[in-house]
Design a protein around this ligand. Structure first.
Ligand SMILES: [Zn+2]
Length: 200
């Protein structure tokens, strides 16, 4: 495995935890200051493998989400909404999803991974419709009027927000994507406890 672009940082505060994340085209691996050179090599390789596996999983689930959005666009929006990318994200704050029409990107909170299909479809359709119409006026809701599970899906999301203690954002005009959003792009970090793991 190539270690090009890998930066290893030793930390005196770390005793036995190793972490790794991507930062642009670099990969940062944080290890305890006490590690020998051999331990460093072993753990860098292990963490690179783990990061790559996580990225492959994430990519394939994003591809499934993108394909699902394309089907919904064809079925309910005449195929007019054509997102450039549809991704799961973990940094959504109180929102369930967001859309950046200028870039054609749609992001869906991974808190929705386990909701019923009809609810996820509603959220995807909602964001797809924003590629065509901004805001939540009558023209927007006309686009969604053909979706048969609209009211049930909205009710489900209200209940889920309530159950998770997420009050609907006060200044929002719609609970799906109207509230404040946390900064995107938080790095994926993989961490491992080094004790109790066979030396390898
Ligand atoms: Zn919206």
């Amino acid at each position: 495995m190539s270690t090009e672009g890998v930066e290893v940082r030793r930390s005196r505060r770390r005793r036995r935890t190793v972490s790794a994340y991507r930062d642009g085209d670099r990969t940062i691996v944080l290890i305890p200051a006490s590690f020998s050179a051999a331990e460093e090599d072993r753990w860098v390789e292990r963490m690179l493998t783990r990061l790559a596996a996580g990225e492959r999983r994430r990519q394939s689930s994003d591809e499934a989400l993108t394909a699902r959005a394309a089907r919904l666009s064809r079925r309910h929006l005449g195929g007019h909404a054509r997102p450039a990318s549809v991704r799961w994200v973990s940094t959504m704050g109180r929102r369930w999803a967001s859309c950046t029409p200028a870039e054609g990107t749609i992001r869906v909170s991974d808190r929705l991974r386990d909701v019923p299909d009809s609810v996820l479809d509603y959220v995807l359709l909602h964001e797809l419709a924003h590629l065509l119409v901004a805001g939540h006026g009558p023209a927007f809701w006309r686009l969604l009027a053909g979706y048969p599970h609209l009211e049930r899906a909205r009710g489900f999301l209200d209940g889920l927000a309530h159950a998770e203690g997420l009050a609907p954002p006060g200044e929002a005009d719609d609970p799906v994507d109207g509230g404040p959003e946390e900064a995107p792009g938080e790095p994926v970090v993989v961490s491992a406890e080094t004790e109790g793991v066979a030396g390898g």
